[in-house]
Design a protein around this ligand. Sequence first.
Ligand code: ADP
Length: 632
Amino acid sequence: MGAMKETMGFQTEVKQLLHLMIHSLYSNKEIFLRELVSNASDACDKLRFQAINNDALYEGNSDLKIRVTFDKEARTVTIEDNGIGLSRQDAIDHLGTIAKSGTKEFFTQLSGDQQKDAALIGQFGVGFYSAFIVADQVTVRSRKAGLPVGEAIEWTSKGDGEFTVENIEKEARGTQIILHLKADEDELLSAWKLRSILTKYSDHISLPIEMGKEEWDEEKSDMKATGEWETVNKASALWARSKSEITEEEYKEFYKNISFDFQDPLAYTHNRVEGGRSEYTNLLYIPSKAPYDLWDRNQQKGIKLYVKRVFIMDDAEQLMPPYMRFVKGVIDSSDLPLNVSREILQESRDVKAIREGSVKKVLGMLEDMAKNDADKYTTFWTEFGQVLKEGMGDDPSNKDRIAKLLRFASTQNDGEAQTVSLDDYIGRMKEGQDKIYYVTADSYAAAKYSPHLEVFKKKGVEVLLLTDRVDEWMLSYLNDYEGKGLQSCAKGGLDLGALEDEQEKETKKKVETEFEDVLKRVQDLLKDKIKEARVTLRLTDSPVCLVADEQGMSEHLKRMLKQAGQNAPDTKPVLELNPEHPLVQRLKIEKTHFDEWVNILFDQAVLAEGGHLEDPASFVRRLNMLLLTVKA
Ligand code: ADP
């Protein structure tokens, strides 16, 4: 069929990525080797996996390996594997586009700040294109397993927007990546240098990585090739080695390899589980930063599944629940069949046992961190707390453990850091207090200055300030903790139980009679907007506030539902008035402007909640009118 040389353009995103990468990853350029070796290793994994059902793909050679060589004269470094290889179409599809989902969102997150972007690009996974950090031309020669020698391909690009593909003859199955080094990259033309990068980044790769053996040549006073090969990595799956043989450095490097993260992980756990339902090994990591696509509940690429060291799949979502989608790592089962499919995974009781066991390990790791290293736990919580909260609803069997791990902002602390646990709260409860009080709002400021907190401040009772979007949802799964009910400060007639003294109860009765008339008029006037008007002792500074019915939905939740385009039930709030406030007292004697006063007070209550006025123009008009009645 001839050479059929074709020239094609890179997808726009590839061009963008190449440009960014070359400029922002330059200080970290050694990673190109890790990425290419990792691709070579993936290619061998894929071959091994496909060969399970089709032994012919091995073409008589199942001795899979990776070789790294260099040529001083030609100034090239070559990474070669005998894995699955690329067909012509594979090369066009995979080495010219970025197939990853979320590519668009990824590009919108880039800030232009080199350091930040470098970390993001790292998370995104630079893969093959990282070759262009050190090379000004990259040639890929490859033959796909099972295809004839004459249907091999050569792909070449200078990384400038175009690539060419043509057919060549290639005997050996698999892929050769030839890097034509940039002018100032001569440092890489050394066995010592390449070897040190390989041991740093790729030691754990479970296939042998070979380099040409060299010996000291006395005559030439230089190293010379012996013509033999030697394996330069440990070539055993890291997770399969015993814990005591693995250094912290190795654990961290392994993490960076599987996660595309540049930073060290926050924590990890490595376990061999034997006996019981199933035998497996897991090595699980918690990153120190949230990835750009953390919010996508379907985006679960964290766990690699192996069966008896054979790589099976990358995004085995059955192995971790969505609320632990931040976990990265490897699970290697001894019991699952090698040809396990996603359907089997879904139904397998072994998989369920592995998932449950692994979730418990992650919870254990978090409990440990919370107990022994509060700062680290705060980092975890800041990055992933909102996702962990999903577990309160998603994972009833571990709800109590997750509840212990929750952290909140609170009136007890300055600043919005979420550091208070429910246990901390209970430890500080006042005598006679039997509930855990909280307030929900759109922002920290709205929560902290909410009028609903006034009486709690007066009595010195702590209130948790909840401002994350998932909070309202989570709270519906958290009715009580350690026998203490959770109570919204903005819901129901405030029953402070034993925190309320006799005198307060009497005062309340007295003002209720005193304001009976006013309340009736207010209620008539606002009957379309409120369910009821009543006096309250919960306010000290504000004249009014809105509260939800005990069964009703909070105003905050209603707003969130509306923003999300969902129907919120049309329950009306209760307007509470502070009988001691001069503006409210004024209602008793106000004759001409009663309507204006009441409407302004109602609108104020809406604003103080963080809500939007339905008719802001009327609010302004009324307010101005009243301001003008004040004599200068
Ligand atoms: P990723 O590995 O994250 O998918 P890359 O940019 O590193 O992204 O690689 C793109 C694709 O090119 C891979 O998914 C794979 O299909 C193919 N590829 C890369 N290197 C090799 C190789 N050595 N052998 C076979 N296929 C490869």
